[in-house]
Each structure stands twice: as C-alpha cells, then as structure tokens.
Design a binder for this molecule. Structure first.
Ligand code: APR
Length: 228
C-alpha cells in the first residue's frame, strides 16, 4: 500500500464548529497569545491559562468530527495513512483514524508542569482540569499542549514520517507557525502533493503542490474521487 500523509491544521475542524486561529474572528483575535499560550503566561497566571484550555476542551467535547475527518479515516482502506495534525482536538481519532500524531499536543490529556513534562501524559476525565490536580511527582497538571517558545517533541518523528510519504495532503493550515510549517519541505519522496484550503491562493505554497481552493469537506470529497 502507498504511504499517505495528512498534514492538518485548524481549518479541518472549522466545519465542526471549532474556530481557527488567524482567520477573521479567529481565536487569536479574542485572546493574546502571550496571555494564554506561553510558558510565561503559565508562570504569571496559571489559573487563567488553565481556564482558557478548560473552555477549549469543553467546546471540543461538544463538537463532532465532520466529513473531512471521516473521509480521511476511510482512506485507511486503501492507503497506509499517518495523520500529522497541529490540532489539539481529537476529532481525527473520533472519526476513526488510527495513526494520529499530535504535533502540538492533545487537549484531552494533561502532563506535569514540572521539569519532566514529556515523561507521561494522563487522560483527563471530563472537561475541567483543576489547579489542585497533581501529577505523581506533585506538580500541578497542565494541559498537554505545546505552547509558543516550547520545543515540539514530536517533530523528529513527524519529519521521518513525511520523508517516507508517497502522497502528501496538506489541509486547513495557514502554514505560518514554525517549525510545524517547515515539515512540508521534507516530503522529498512524494509523487503527489495536494493542498486543500479555501484561502490557498494567499498562502505561501510551493509550486509542486496541486491546490484545491475549497473548504475541507468539499475539497476532501473532490480529492477522494481522484484518489479512490
Ligand atoms: N476548511 C479548510 N480550511 C479552512 C476552513 C475550512 N472550512 N476554514 C478556514 N480554513 C483555513 C484558513 O484559510 C487558514 O489557512 O484554515 C487555515 C487556518 O489557519 P490558522 O488559523 O493559522 O491555523 P493553523 O494553521 O492550524 O495554526 C497553526 O498556530 O496558534 C497555533 O498552535 C496553534 O496549531 C496551531 C498553529
């Protein structure tokens, strides 16, 4: 079977009702990154950061995968599929994808806020993580989310996966956040590369990509007819 990599961003979950970050009305228009998504934000006001992610988790748990997530899961019948997602939601998994790598973490899990934060991830029961919830080492549990200025622990693994891709599908990402966006340059063996994004014409996409300037659901439906 051919190896197919999906590289997804927040746009794939837009039609499930989860806002993107940088579109008009996106999350970073309502919140300042430095207030909620950096190590300093956690140091200065951990309760506010915890609350921000609790609300994100609650919203995500109330949403359902859309047809783009579902069509991607169905690709596993004909391809060896790896989903590399920048999203912290679990909609790819809930749609049935079995091989999902979360570059920026998974909001349904927590981790230690101490020095060994990548040692273990713990499933969160319900939507609320409390400041009194501690890891076995005694540190407050924080969301398993990679903040700005933090290392991306899964980057190397993602890079190796992308280098082996026969087909690459990039979907719903503005390709503005690094190092994640740089991953598409490692698809050195891919015979075909696609990009699905309604705003594709304004993104900085290499000419080797075939662009489908549509929403995720419509774009995936169209692409599937071609891929089979
Ligand atoms: N279908 C497909 N794509 C869509 C849709 C849709 N229905 N609606 C919007 N988009 C596209 C936008 O055109 C844009 O290119 O999704 C993209 C969203 O871009 P961003 O908001 O920048 O989100 P993303 O690329 O996922 O951000 C990367 O930034 O703050 C962080 O850590 C966060 O993982 C995130 C990273």
């Amino acid at each position: 079977m051919k190896k197919l990599i999906i590289f997804s961003g927040s746009g794939i979950s837009a039609e499930s009702g989860i806002s993107t970050f940088r579109d008009s009305g996106g999350l970073w228009e309502q919140y300042r990154i430095e207030d909620v998504a950096t190590p300093r934000a956690w140091k200065n006001n951990p309760a506010m950061v915890q609350e921000f992610y609790n609300l994100r988790r609650k919203q995500i748990m109330e949403c359902e995968p859309n047809n783009a997530h579902i069509l991607i899961a169905q690709l596993e019948s004909n391809y060896e599929v790896t989903v590399i997602t920048q999203n912290i939601d679990d909609l790819h998994e809930r749609a049935g994808s079995t091989n999902v790598l979360h570059l920026h973490g998974n909001i349904r899990q927590s981790k230690s806020s101490g020095p060994n934060k990548e040692k273990a991830y713990y499933p969160i029961d319900g939507w609320e993580l409390q400041m009194t919830d501690l890891c076995p080492d005694g540190y407050v549990l924080r969301p398993h989310v990679v903040w700005f200025e933090e290392e991306v622990p899964m980057y190397e693994v993602a890079m190796q996966q992308i280098a082996e891709a026969d087909i690459l599908i990039v979907i719903g990402t503005s390709l503005q956040v690094y190092p994640a966006a740089g991953l598409i340059n490692y698809a050195i063996n891919a015979e075909t590369r696609y990009l699905i994004d309604p705003n594709a014409e304004e993104l900085n996409v290499p000419s080797s990509f075939r662009v489908i300037a549509k929403n995720a659901v419509e774009g995936m439906t169209e692409l599937l007819q071609e891929l089979g």
